[in-house]
Write a protein that binds this ligand. Sequence first.
Ligand code: NAX
Length: 328
Amino acid sequence: SRTPVTVTVTGAAGQIGYALLFRIASGQLLGADTPVRLRLLEIPQAVKAAEGTAMELDDCAFPLLAGVDIFDDAAKAFEGANVALLVGARPRTKGMERGDLLEANGGIFKPQGEAINAGAADDIKVLVVGNPANTNALIAQQHAPDVPAVRFTAMTRLDHNRALAQLSKKAGVSVSEIRKLTIWGNHSATQYPDVFHAEIAGKNAAETVNDQAWLENDFIPTVAKRGAAIIEARGASSAASAASAAIDHVHTWVNGTADGDWTSMAVVSDGSYGVPEGLISSFPVTTRNGEWEIVQGLEIDDFSRARIDASVNELSEERDAVRKLGLI
Ligand code: NAX
């Protein structure tokens, strides 16, 4: 049988962790023939809760689960990691300024980047879920100089999936009929879900829907503010859908996008589409053999340009702020 793949998950005792770990252990992340060894990272106060989750993982008797180890030390947690899911983060609390939030998260993602640099496997792939995800990914990446920058990604797949769901409802088609949707920019309220290059059953999605007012006043704000709507309804933030998107992100990265389709991932910019080099911004990407590539040559009209620029400007501001704080 195959050697287990080591998957490190941070924030393992949190609500996304609780939805995510069981899906990884059941084989949904890496496939039904790939055993996994889990390494969980938590803060000391939450180690006991993580141990409870590990007991439940045992009790599922998953044939693919080769072991679970729990750590409160990043250096140990990332040892030998082939895949790292960075879910744990410092949430914004009442009265917290953006600078405070970035600083608190710098205190988490800097040492985690260093630990990945020191101890992860050569083929390490990193997905940052914890918010502010793009900039947390940038901080970790900047502290892992020996790891190719392309291995650090942040999650906009939940936004992508939310956009698929909204568009499928509007058009009255299954999500499987929709291709080439794109989330551009930051995983924040400024993100831009783009349907102008998308297709529904092979035809241009914007033309098929043919409802600019819906696009501007309904679709874009609904997707961008969905996280807040979930909190309002559920009394807690998205967890199962976030875990599902994290599974999708890594699964697509490892197994490739379908011919004639792409996905959305926040990846380090090479300057494509005028996004400043080095920012970790969401793009349309294809994946193959475990590597991603930004889709090139899309025409961006004025409507899309303004929205992409607004979100990318926010990312530049976040980068400037963490630079000023000495975090990168
Ligand atoms: P929870 O507060 O339920 O869990 C977070 C866990 O992280 C806690 O158990 C905490 O002890 C742990 N943690 C904190 N600092 C840590 C550290 N230094 N090392 C290891 N663990 C640490 O939050 P949850 O609902 O699970 O959400 C986790 C993160 O995902 C949040 O930052 C949240 O904002 C973010 N999200 C990102 C999404 C995305 O699309 N990119 C969507 C969902 C979610 O909102």
